[in-house]
Each structure stands twice: as C-alpha cells, then as structure tokens.
Design a protein around this ligand. Structure first.
Ligand SMILES: [Zn+2]
Length: 299
C-alpha cells in the first residue's frame, strides 16, 4: 500500500492529510498559513514540516498540494494569489525542491472538484459546477466531463457583480464574495448586532434569532443572483456546494431552490447538491492528484 501527503493551502490555514491508495484518510494535521511570504519560502518550509510530521505514520511516496488564486497549473506558477501576497511565483518548483519528492500541484477549488468528479457528488454528471463557500467563494466548472479553467483564470465567481455597494479586495464593489461568503455573513451579523460570532454559530441560530435569519436570507438571495447567471450561461445538470457553509445542508438548498424555481423560466433546472467530501473535498482532490502522478510515473 502506498501513501501520499495531501495539502490544501488556504488563506489562513493549511489543512493536510496522509491518504492511502484507497483514499482512506489515515491522519490529518493543520498549520497556520505563513503570512507575509511573498517569496514562498516560508510556505515551502511549512509544507516540508507537515510532510515530515505525516511521515511518522507511513512513508510518503508523493505530495499533492493546492493553493487559491489565479494559477498557471501546467507551469506550477501562482499568477496572483491576493490572500497570500503572491505574484508570478513558481511555487510548485519551490515546494518540490524543499521536499525532494514527486509533487502534484493544483488549484484549491479545482482540486475539490477533482474529488467530487472522480468519486463524489459530481460523478454522475457531464455538466456541473462545484462551488465551495468558505472565507471566499469560487467555482470549478465541469464541462463535458472535464474541469475547465481557461488557462487558470475561470471560475472566480466571488467577484461577480450581484448589485450591492460593499467594497471588495479586488478594488470594486458589489461582489458576491462580500455578501454571501462565511466572512461576509460574520461581518454583516456584527454590523447589525455588534456581536462577532462565526458563520457556523450564525447558522446555528437562524431559527431563533431574527438578525441571524436576515443575514442568512440576504446571503442566499445574492447567491441566487449569481447562480441564475451561471445556470443561464453554462446550463449545469448539477450544482454542488462545498466549503464550510455547505454544512448548512437543507437550510442552504431549500431557499435557493425556491428562488430559482421562481426565477428560471426556460433554463434547465440543475440539481442542487452538497459535496460528498464536504469540507475535505480539496484535501481528497490533492491526494487523487498525487496518486495519479504516482500511477503515471510507474506506468
Ligand atoms: Zn471583488
């Protein structure tokens, strides 16, 4: 049995797992994402430390890691990753040098889609969209059975203009991400009540707290605006929600379904589903990328 290290580098934390050839998660670990690391060196060292930790259980044969932002996945370059402060950074090469192991590299959202498409909620569809909703929002577009990224630029739906006046890190206002993400929900709740609680806590009280309900309802309404555009343009058979907010389950799906039933006229209504791998889709996808690399090397 072979084992791989699967590492999902997020804006604030790094989630990692030791995963077997049969996609069994053996052990997991997390670490904070190094801040102010424009050279990528601290991140590469942090990944090496994580692999050493995971290796204490089983020998690691390859590593799959994913990062957010605009990437050139083929070249292993981060073109622009706002939250990490990277620009034209050859991060795959830096990590491979530090690890001295075969390394597979991908985009955090698309690696989640790899997992869902291979053996999760997207596996029965040729056309689907995977949308993790966490600190930010982005989409992986699955078209004709393949994940399409248009040279790494496509799917940044967090910056679709859904029509409000809250400013965004991208320099504009009206973005989906600043009204419907977990971070946005926390911010909106605090604005209304003065209390800073997590999006998960807000979700836990939508039936008992009017402010929580209103913030959630608003987030869903704007998300539906973006979905309507996506459905009209891409006609997916299924939309699969991942990330922290997908844990809302029916509290996410049912109100979205109601709005879309009213708004869509001629378009194909997609099935609205929750990711099979939940918040771990990105990590499992990294493991699949690493195992695919091993299979290719031994073929
Ligand atoms: Zn924006």
């Amino acid at each position: 049995m072979k084992y791989v290290a699967a590492i999902d580098v997020g804006g604030t934390s790094i989630k990692a797992a030791l995963v077997s050839q049969t996609l069994e998660v053996i052990t997991t670990t997390t670490a904070p994402t190094p801040q102010e690391d424009s050279t990528g060196h601290k991140t590469a060292q942090s990944l090496a430390a994580i692999v050493r930790e995971l290796e204490q259980t089983h020998h690691v044969s390859a590593v799959g890691f994913a990062v957010p932002g605009a990437l050139d996945e083929g070249k292993g370059v981060s073109r622009w990753t706002g939250n990490l402060g990277w620009k034209d950074l050859p991060i795959k090469e830096l990590v491979a040098k530090e690890l001295n192991l075969p390394v597979a590299f991908g985009h955090d959202v698309r690696s989640g889609a790899v997992a869902e498409l291979r053996s999760g909620a997207a596996k029965d569809f040729q056309q689907s969209i995977f949308i993790p909703i966490g600190t930010g929002i982005a989409a992986a577009l699955i078209i004709d059975g393949k994940i399409r990224s248009s040279d790494g630029y496509a799917g940044e739906i967090g910056h679709l203009n859904v029509g409000h006046d809250i400013p965004c890190v991208c320099g504009l206002s009206g973005c989906l991400e600043t009204i419907s993400s977990a971070a946005a929900i926390t911010r909106e709740y605090e604005k209304r009540t003065g209390y800073q609680i997590t999006a998960k806590e807000i979700l836990g009280r939508i039936r008992s707290d009017d402010h929580a309900w209103q913030v959630w309802e608003q987030a869903i309404a704007y998300l539906a605006v973006a979905l309507e555009d996506l459905i009209t343009i891409l006609a997916p058979e299924a939309i699969i929600f991942g990330g922290g907010l997908s844990q809302a389950g029916t509290a996410l799906i049912e109100p979205l379904q109601t709005i879309l039933n009213e708004r869509l006229t001629f378009q194909r209504m997609p099935q609205l589903l929750i990711a099979h791998y939940g918040v771990n889709a990105g990590t499992i996808g990294c493991a699949i990328m690493a195992l695919d690399l091993l299979a290719k090397e031994t073929a």
